[in-house]
Ligand binder design. Structure first.
Ligand SMILES: *Cc1c(COP(=O)(O)O)cnc(C)c1O
Length: 395
């Protein structure tokens, strides 16, 4: 059996998305800034895509800026808020300890430039406390940036309440909604969101394309200088095929959102129940307030990396919360943020299901993970010490 269970890392492009991009590579491949017909056709398509994307989050098309993906949108949102804040002498930013690195590394850069950053705790359940946020607001706070849903443990933040608090205090609110757009309902007006980041490849669109929503009246800071594309706020010839595919993928995801969520939630809960039977294991993050397809566990006494390799042998593509795969030995900052100790955080596994997943696949994953965890423990010195009582079990 071959199962792709890493949809939080990226998704397969949908047929609809692929079909939507081909005409803009083969026929209407003109530069949207050109005046002749094939350029103008590309321009019209681009504006239709902008309207389609805007409609899904209840924004105005003029509030949508196409970017190269989620990371660029996150960078531009934060740099914009920092620039606007600095002009008013406001240099305090509030975020959380478990944001994506596109946020955390930009915040580190801003700290070096003199900004003061408060990272709110996300507690054991992986959810921000709105009262703690309100208490952290200061006279000089220029931005609150909190992700809609976490990419590792899938927990969903009370975005509408956070937005309301920020609006009441006149502070800009940005949300990295890369994991949520196309999967959860978002209404930027009702949710009081000032800026929002999204990425096409997380909802069955292509890689290297995304968008930043910025409420009307927010003067964006350019990250890329050059031509006057995107109202002068993002230079460079537009990625027309990618944008067309993104809009098609998002429309499709929005049309099927309820059905997909119901299907995935049932499979997710089946998977969680099955994996919970493995002794000394624990689900990471709130069991209910999490993305429909996200399952993330820690298994005591094993290394996540070995688990991934053996699951790959069984045909399962999964991910570890840990950053070891990228050459660092540090455990996941997300798991540490919810209070997992280093040893336990190392034995983590994320399975993020796709909409085409089946019960049969879920049952196969439950069996396979159980077998592999048992096998790894059978020769783990850490596990031996735990069983012998030399070190106490944590989970
Ligand atoms: C994937 C992801 C990003 C980065 O998006 P790219 O399009 O890959 O740059 C940012 N934030 C979150 C929460 C993500 O999951």
């Amino acid at each position: 059996m071959q199962i792709y269970a890493d949809n939080a890392a990226t998704t397969r492009m949908s047929r609809t998305a692929i079909d939507a991009m081909i005409p803009y590579m083969e026929e209407n491949y003109g530069n949207p800034s050109s005046l002749y017909t094939i350029g103008q056709r590309a321009k019209e398509a681009l504006e239709q895509a902008r309207a389609d994307v805007a409609a899904v989050i209840n924004a105005d098309p003029r509030e949508i800026l196409f970017t190269s993906g989620g990371s660029e949108a996150d960078n531009q949102a934060l740099i914009t808020a920092a620039t606007l804040g600095k002009k008013q002498g406001k240099t305090h930013i509030i975020s959380t300890a478990f944001e994506h690195h596109a946020i955390l590394h930009t915040l580190e850069k801003l700290e070096k430039e003199g900004f003061d950053v408060t990272l709110l705790p996300v507690h054991e359940n992986g959810i921000v406390d709105v009262q703690e946020l309100e208490a952290a607001l200061r006279e000089d706070t220029c931005l609150v940036t909190i992700m809609t849903a976490n990419n590792e443990i899938g927990t969903i933040q009370p975005i509408r309440e956070i937005g309301a608090v920020c609006r009441a205090h006149g502070v800009l609110f940005h949300t990295d909604a890369v994991q949520a757009v196309g999967h959860l309902p978002i209404d930027v007006k009702a949710d009081n969101i000032d800026m929002l980041s999204a990425s096409a490849h997380k909802f069955h669109g292509p890689k290297g394309v995304g968008f930043l929503y910025a409420r009307k009246g927010i003067r964006l800071t350019n990250l890329i200088e050059g031509g006057a594309q995107e109202r002068g706020k993002r230079a460079g010839t537009e990625n027309v095929p990618g944008i067309m595919a993104m809009a098609a993928a998002l429309k499709e995801a929005a049309a099927n959102m309820e059905k997909n969520a119901a299907h995935l939630t049932a499979l997710r809960d089946r998977l969680i129940a099955g994996l919970s039977d493995i002794p000394h294991s624990a689900l990471n993050g709130d069991a209910q307030r999490r993305l429909p397809g996200n399952v993330n566990f820690c298994f005591e006494g094993i290394e996540g990396e070995s688990l991934l390799l053996l699951l790959d042998d069984k045909g399962i593509s999964a991910s570890s919360g840990s950053a070891c795969t990228s050459g660092s030995l540090d455990p996941s900052h997300v798991l540490l943020a919810i209070g997992r100790v280093h040893d336990v955080a190392h034995g983590s596994l994320r399975l993020s299901l796709g909409e085409d997943a089946t019960e049969e696949e879920v049952d196969y994953m439950i069996r396979s993970v159980g077998e592999v965890v048992g096998y790894l423990r059978s020769f783990s010195p850490v596990w031996r010490d735990l069983v012998a009582g030399k070190t106490p079990f944590i989970l």
